[in-house]
Write a protein that binds this ligand. Structure first.
Ligand SMILES: NC(=O)c1ccc[n+]([C@@H]2O[C@H](COP(=O)([O-])OP(=O)(O)OC[C@H]3O[C@@H](n4cnc5c(N)ncnc54)[C@H](O)[C@@H]3O)[C@@H](O)[C@H]2O)c1
Ligand SMILES: [Zn+2]
Length: 373
């Protein structure tokens, strides 16, 4: 364990602001952080079964030591639990535990728990505070920040939800020690995305530190958290309700969501994002929006980090057809967040941060870079 000072990154939103606290060991003082950030007297600790087994007892003990009445609520791990049914079961459990308006929710876990627990908090008694305690790298750099909460429906991912800003986000990288290596590497994809849209020097650093990052070595991981979290925080603060620049966080995700849907989620999100970023950079290059060599640069970095670099065995036309089902598309035209070059996003002629792309152009690019082989 490296000992380093706590660092706080501030996020602003329509109704105020909150801190993302980056500090190894922060969860040992979970209760104190909850008391400081909320006016709550009781606390519902929401975690999936895996995370509860590792960290549930310690979290409960810390909450109780800080004088909070705390009740644990678990659900089966995995995206399949991110449903209205689990939301209903959790809210019923909170009601049965007699949590009142002076309660708060602590969402301890990965992005599934953060989205689900955040949505429970957004809706419970018309809204109680939530503390986000992310335990995956993906949730630390991305999902826990920005206030988007929600659940999946049969029609698609994240289609029912609410904006509900956390009172504080506690990023304690010590918990990454128990995260399966594959999940750690998936999270690296979202950090690459942040670097790709905002900071080319970080791409160089990630490539240089690739071996250490893949092993989850503390110094390299801490440096990544301190570099990547401020980018998400800055973009979310500039655009709390996703009307403008927050669309840039969708870089790589139009193609990624299509790949996930077509493979019925057999390809994990982080892998799909890595493939999507390279594909969308190539699409941008074909349109003359993105500087030549950008797709190659991202390809090299993703490969160094152990992320996949070959498109799955899908037809290019099928991938592009599936992008039309993306809920972020406007009307019939699919709009992509594109780069200008590594480290910078491109504005469209209409001033927006997304670009209309002809399906035939996108399909040609995918064919060329390897779809359908
Ligand atoms: N709200 C947002 O802005 C936002 C942004 C990006 C992604 N997301 C959402 O995040 C979700 C994906 O998040 P995820 O990848 O963290 O998945 P996840 O929450 O399912 O966690 C992945 C797995 O790791 C396990 N786990 C978590 N922390 C652990 C730890 N410290 N030690 C051991 N095991 C641990 C979990 O039990 C789970 O099995 C998706 O539902 C996605 O839609 C939301
Ligand atoms: Zn993502």
């Amino acid at each position: 364990m490296t000992m380093s000072a706590a660092e706080s990154v501030r996020v602003t939103h329509a109704h105020g602001s909150y801190d993302v606290r980056i500090e190894r060991g922060a969860l040992r003082s979970l209760g104190e952080h909850v008391v400081r950030a909320t006016a709550a007297h009781s606390c519902a600790l929401i975690a999936d079964a895996n995370v509860a087994a590792h960290y549930g007892n310690g979290a409960l003990a810390s909450l109780e030591a800080a004088g909070l009445r705390a009740t644990p609520h678990t659900f089966p791990a995995g995206e399949r639990s991110k449903t209205r049914a689990t939301w209903a079961a959790l809210t019923d459990a909170l009601l049965a535990a007699a949590h009142g308006r002076d309660a708060c929710v602590v969402a301890l876990g990965g992005g599934v728990t953060g989205d689900l627990g955040g949505f429970v908090a957004a809706t419970y008694l018309r809204g109680v505070p939530v503390v986000q305690a992310p335990t995956t790298l993906l949730a630390m750099v991305d999902a826990s920040i920005g206030g988007k909460t929600g659940v999946d429906t049969p029609a698609g991912k994240n289609l029912v939800g609410a904006f509900h800003a956390p009172s504080v986000v506690l990023v304690d990288a010590d918990v990454l020690a128990t995260l399966p290596p594959a999940a750690l590497i998936e999270g690296l994809a979202e950090a690459v995305k942040h670097a790709a849209i905002a900071d080319a020097a970080q791409l160089d650093a990630f490539e240089r530190d690739a071996a250490a990052l893949r092993r989850g070595e503390p110094a390299a991981t801490d440096a990544l958290l301190r570099a990547s979290i401020p980018i998400k925080a800055r973009v979310a603060s500039a655009d709390p309700h996703e009307g403008g620049i927050r669309a840039t966080l969708n870089f790589g995700h139009t193609i990624a969501h299509a790949i996930e849907r077509l493979t019925e989620y057999a390809i994990p999100h982080g892998h799909a994002v890595a493939l999507g970023m390279v594909a969308e950079a190539a699409i941008g290059e074909a349109l003359g929006v993105t500087a030549a060599g950008t797709a190659d640069r991202l390809h090299t970095v993703c490969r160094a980090l152990g992320l996949p670099h070959a498109l799955p065995d899908l037809r290019a036309e099928d991938i592009i057809a599936a992008t039309a089902g993306d809920k972020k598309s406007r009307a019939a035209v699919v709009r992509y967040a594109l780069l200008e070059r590594p480290g910078a996003c491109a504005r469209a002629d209409d001033g927006s941060w997304t670009h209309a792309v002809e399906p035939a152009v996108a399909a040609n690019v995918l064919d060329r870079i390897g779809a359908g082989k």
